[in-house]
Every structure is written in C-alpha cells, then in structure tokens.
Design a protein around this ligand. Sequence first.
Ligand code: FE2
Length: 314
Amino acid sequence: MAITGIFSITYATNDLASGIRFHSDLGLQLVQSEQESADFELPDGSRVLLRGLASPDLPPAYGESDCGVREVCWAVDSEASLFKLAGDVARDRELRFNGTTECSFLDDAGLSVRLRVSSLKPIAAEPDPTNAPGRVDRLNQLRRWYERATPQQMQHIVFCAPKPREAARFYVERLGFSISDIQEEGGVFLRAPGNTQHHNLYWQRADEHAFRHVSYGVANVDEIMAGAAFMARQGVTSHLGLGRHRISSTFFYYLPNPCGGDAEYSTDSDCLDEQWQPRVWGRAFGHIWWLAQVRAQEPAPRMRLANAEDLKLA
Ligand SMILES: [Fe+2]
C-alpha cells in the first residue's frame, strides 16, 4: 500500500496575512501562526503550511514563481514502506532523512517531495439521500443546510510541466502510483496506491513548470455552493463557476488563492481500484462535461480505452 494520500503541502507566500484570511474563509482550521508561518489542519489530519518568503526552512521553488506550492508531503503507511521507497529513490538522487519517519528529495520535474510515516484519519460521512423523478430516497426530511464549506481532506494536487509523461513516470515507476486516465495533449492522472480517489496527482502539459491547484473534498454540491457564496461575500470569486469534469466526474469550483494557483472545492469524484481500465480522453472533451457559464461550442466526443503504448510513459 505504502503511499496513502497527501499529508501536507507547503506554500511559499509573499503575503502571509492574505493567505491566512483566504484559507480560514475557505473553511480550514488555523492551528498555528507566527511571523513567517501559519499551519492549517484538516479533519483527516492533513496540513496546509504557509511560509513567508523569508522563512528559513522553505523548500526550493518549483518553476519560475517564488510563490505557490513548493513541496508535497505524502503519507506513508509504515517505516518499512518508507525505507523501501527511500532506498530505491536514493539510487539516482540526493535524499535526506529527518529522523526515521521522514525523508525528502526532488522528483524528475524538480518538485520537492517529502515522504512521512503517518496515518490520515478516516472521514465519517453521513448518508446523503437525494430524490429524483421516480425515486424517493428522502421522505419527510429536509436537506442538510450548510452556511459555508468545511473541507475534509485534500483529494488531489495539480502541477504542470513541459513533459508531463516524464514527470508522471517517476511516480509510477518509483513511488507505486497508478495511471487513472490520460488526457490527449494534456497530461496524466495518477492515484496513490493506498487511495481510491480518481487521482491524487495530475501532471498537466504546459510550457512552464508551475503549481496549478489543490482540491479540497467536501460532501456535496450544496456544500460547494454554500462555500462559494461565503467566499464571494469575502470578495473571492471563481473565474469558471461550478462545473463537472467528464474525466473523474468531479464537481469543481476553483477559487484564486493569494498564495498561488487555485484552491478547488470538489465533490463526488469517481473512486477507482485496480479493476479500473485507464482511458485516453480528448483534452477539451474530458476537461469539462458542463459548466455554469455555457461554452459556445461543445467539443467532439473523444474517449477510448488506453492501450499498452499509451501507458508507456517514456
Ligand atoms: Fe482539480
């Protein structure tokens, strides 16, 4: 099983105060703050770490921008798994141990990666019955009302690179990730071995190396839109609004983050296991199924099962 999900992400920011306000408004709990740092913790125990540019312990920048996510720390299920992964990674790059439960190194795209022995707490979810024509699953019962969103876990993170297949290959061949789907001319969706989310990491094709967004899982669309309305009242609005991807089925709502990239409220992603057969999707067709702001033209349908050649990431 080994890597089970995202344990923490570390942002470098030139505006710590705005970052603290944004993440608090987003629904994350602030557990520590000092002059150059602030730590938020989610209900599954994962953490979002904000660090000022003057902070002494900042990992190296990923890409041109000083700001944005500089490091992803993945939860590993045991010390034995950590040593096994670290032993392999150390074959061709510098790797630093911090005690016996944590190590860090750079991936093939130059992003700082940390592995840490830790358990993400399971999230308890109440039943969420919905009614439809011909189906009554909620009788004499109101929907739960949300006043704002409370993200429960980080579900995935997205970085771009000019060669996303090469960036993804390191995670598949060295860290045990699986390919969930491939976006033509787009990138590669990967999931950690101990996680069933459609993807925990997406490498997207772009001319530059950069952080794109991190997704925060919430219960349902009601919670997304309650969070969106609350954020709008704080002056933070989405450029796309609510939409749903075809790839992964995820409902998404992206919000610009003053620390870099976007924060995404997401819900109802597909969950996969080893029975899943990866697909290759047309870029625009897979990206968006529908969007609150209607697109002028629908892309041509393009989706097929991946073949052995597609899955070779060389
Ligand atoms: Fe996303």
